[in-house]
Design a protein. Structure first.
Length: 262
């Protein structure tokens, strides 16, 4: 596991941290808001699993452009350039082969984490399990070990029910893997988690208008808008403990997140 060259960042002390071993840290709440939409004035450090993904890259750019520190876990060194262009620190860490101690070291200075990784198109049933389930559970375990409470899970609509018999076997394996990862996260009461389940993803330009609710019905959502909602969720601590579906709608992102948290 190695970190590649990234833009220099200002080191900061984290409240509640100790110099003890990473396996037995004091748990801390993520920073309490002091600015609009819950954002802290000095900015947070967020680590994103699946840092080269299309939603992750958008989120990294949003975070870095407002002055936050952001790192993305990637599998391949050649993916680093895209993260650097987005203002993120690339960190080589393969969640399908890493030990929990390795991942924990990469999360030790984070204020929040986002799981946005996945086996991706063209992968089979085995990798849906080893990445979308086991990789997520490893990342979750690492976050819990080092005391990073705030955790966003990018899940999938349909992960809350058994796939119908006619479902493509690989897609069914994906939904079951996401369901298992979500269940593992919900069972960890030391994490302040929010699970986001978007509808069918598109690369259309974002509109900034969404529908965000426990149930939305099936529809589409641009990846731009998913990233914007993830950003707003990071800023809204009252969404902890919620599982939310997301599709395009007619409510501005920040208003939709505030309404969901109310």
């Amino acid at each position: 596991m190695e970190r590649l060259h990234a833009p220099a960042r200002k080191e900061k002390s984290l409240p509640g941290r100790s110099a003890g071993p990473v396996d037995t840290p004091p748990f801390r709440s993520f920073r309490q808001p002091t600015g609009p939409h819950g954002r802290t004035v000095e900015g947070m450090r967020t680590v994103i699993a699946g840092g080269h993904g299309r939603i992750a890259l958008r989120l990294e750019q949003l975070l870095s452009s407002r002055g936050d520190q952001v790192a993305g876990l990637i599998r391949k060194p050649e993916q680093a350039g895209a993260l650097l262009a987005a203002g993120a620190e690339p960190v080589i860490c393969d969640l399908e082969s890493a030990a929990v101690a390795d991942v924990s070291r990469h999360l030790a200075d984070a204020d929040a984490v986002v799981f946005a990784a996945g086996a991706g198109p063209g992968s089979g049933e085995a990798r849906k399990d080893s990445m979308d389930r086991a990789g997520a559970e490893l990342f979750t375990e690492a976050a819990e070990r080092v005391g990073v409470r705030r955790y966003l899970m990018l899940s999938s609509m349909g992960a809350d029910r058994e796939p119908p018999p006619e479902t493509d076997p690989v897609f069914a394996a994906y939904l079951r893997a996401k369901a298992a990862a979500d269940a593992d996260l919900r069972a960890r009461d030391r994490l302040e988690w929010t699970i986001l389940r978007p509808g069918r993803l598109t690369d259309d330009p974002g509109t900034g208008l969404v529908r965000l609710a426990p149930r939305t019905g099936r529809s589409e959502i641009p990846r731009d808008d998913v990233a914007a909602v993830l950003l707003a969720l990071l800023d809204e601590p009252r969404t902890a403990g919620l599982t939310l579906e997301l599709v395009s709608g007619d409510t501005p992102v920040t208003e939709a997140v505030s309404a969901a948290a109310a």
